[in-house]
Design a binder for this molecule. Structure first.
Ligand code: PMP
Length: 357
């Protein structure tokens, strides 16, 4: 069996051990005679799977007891609407930080629900850094930011200070590093990067922010109703929750998030050190705000992009094409990307530069 190095921004690589275990358990989960896909979400087998997943995630991130852990659907995109629907609490105002494509989308959606003010923006430098000071309004319900911009490759390495509840779209670096949940009102993340298959969205929300959803909020989108129903107000994404649970166990076996973070630091350093040493490849992001997960880069001449991608595919590396909105290349190097993948990429880039530079 050969596995390629998949640099996709998501759905992305999953740990081979997790896939292999899911494969072993596919037809018959623990002697139940059923696949997890076939189980009732109300049955004792699946309830145990979901409870364990939540328990393991709480341990991994040391989530305080006054936070709810929700396993929802609709992707991070639905959170762009669900956050204002639930957290505005009839204040009608929310503040947003704009650092790239995803936070722009969050703003656009929030404007349907409330008066949005921009608390900080990096637009004047083409979204290549992370502004650290948020100018919030005292009477705004919360301030929202994207803690890792997947397309631009801009990451907040510290949690910004805020006097009003902080809400983070952590989709593309969730579980890649420790997270001090207590500093947030709410954190959300789509699963399909570091957590598991698409179809699952994780929301961590401080208990006192619940129960204030607007009256038109659909029941499945009301955090309080979902929390009261253990995220099973309706049928949840059962198989995605199961695989996410296996990923959480895998992360614990690795030694937990600090060990995973150390590997991520090493992988990112390898790639950025090479980029900085090269006259041919370039990454535009301010050094202190570079993402460890998503590394965009351009070639000296965009006419070489196609050749670069074709050559990479021959070496077993795929999905390196940058997002259609920005072009260039992007290497997403999530938790499950082994360091050999990054070494193979850097070796290939060095050789490409030698032969095309
Ligand atoms: N926010 C961020 C930071 C993302 O990277 C993505 C997806 N790449 C989204 C939101 C949207 O996620 P989804 O497609 O799951 O709705």
């Amino acid at each position: 069996m050969s596995r390629i190095f998949n640099f996709s921004a998501g759905p992305a690589m999953l740990p081979a051990d997790v896939l292999s275990r899911a494969g072993d358990e596919l037809l018959d989960w623990h002697g139940s005679g059923m696949s997890v896909m076939e189980m009732s979400h109300r049955g004792k087998e699946f309830i145990k799977i979901a409870e364990e997943a939540e328990f393991d995630l709480r341990e991994l991130l040391d989530i305080p007891v006054n936070y709810e852990v929700l396993f929802l659907q609709g992707g991070a995109t639905l959170q762009f609407a669900q956050v204002p629907m639930n957290l505005l609490a009839s204040r009608g105002k929310a503040d947003y930080v704009v650092t790239g494509e995803w936070s722009k989308k969050a703003v656009k959606e929030a404007k349907k629900y409330c008066d949005v003010a921009i608390a900080a923006s990096s637009e004047e430098r083409s979204f290549t850094y992370a502004p650290k000071v948020f100018k919030t309004r005292k009477d705004a319900a919360y301030v929202h930011y994207c803690s890792n911009e997947t397309i631009g490759g801009v990451e907040y390495h510290d949690v910004p200070q805020s006097d009003i509840p902080l809400v983070a779209d952590a989709s593309s670096h969730f579980l890649s590093r420790p997270l001090d949940v207590s500093k947030f009102g709410l954190v959300y993340a789509g699963a399909q990067k570091n957590v598991g298959p698409a179809g699952l969205t994780i929301v961590l929300v401080r208990g006192d922010l619940l129960g204030k959803a607007g009256k038109d909020t659909p029941s499945v989108m009301d955090y309080k109703l979902q929390a009261d129903a253990d995220s099973m107000l309706n049928t949840p994404a059962t198989y995605s929750i199961y695989v996410a649970g296996l990923v959480f166990k895998w992360a614990k076996q690795q030694g937990g998030i600090p060990v995973i973070e150390k590997r991520n630091v090493e992988k990112a350093r390898l790639l950025y050190d090479f980029l900085d040493s090269s006259a041919f490849f370039r990454n535009p992001v301010a050094k202190e705000d570079r993402s460890r997960m998503n590394v965009p880069f351009t070639l000296q001449d965009p006419k070489l992009d196609e050749d670069f991608l074709k050559g990479a595919a021959k070496e077993g590396m795929v999905q390196l094409k940058g997002h259609r909105s920005v072009g260039g290349m992007r290497a997403s190097i999530y938790n499950a990307m082994p360091i050999e993948g990054v070494r193979t990429l850097v070796d290939y880039m060095r050789e490409f530069e030698r032969t095309h530079g």
